[in-house]
Ligand binder design. Structure first.
Ligand code: ZN
Length: 63
């Protein structure tokens, strides 16, 4: 089993790509479009994207 679901991944795809290029600020939540996402990257391989409004989150690992 993957540790994330692929529907979520496609929704977050653009945000993930920008975050990987160092732009982690100011992304709006694709779920509720109200919250500004909190993005954390650990050691360049683990990413967590969380919305403070609706509490939806995405977690992924990139190797
Ligand atoms: Zn949200």
């Amino acid at each position: 089993m993957p540790s994330y679901d692929f529907d979520a991944l496609s929704e977050y795809q653009d945000i993930i790509e920008e975050a990987m290029n160092g732009r982690t600020d100011g992304h709006r939540c694709p779920k509720c479009s109200k919250g500004v996402l909190i993005i954390t990257v650990d050691e360049d391989v683990k990413m967590r994207i969380e919305c403070p409004e609706c509490r939806q989150y995405f977690e992924g690992r990139f190797a």
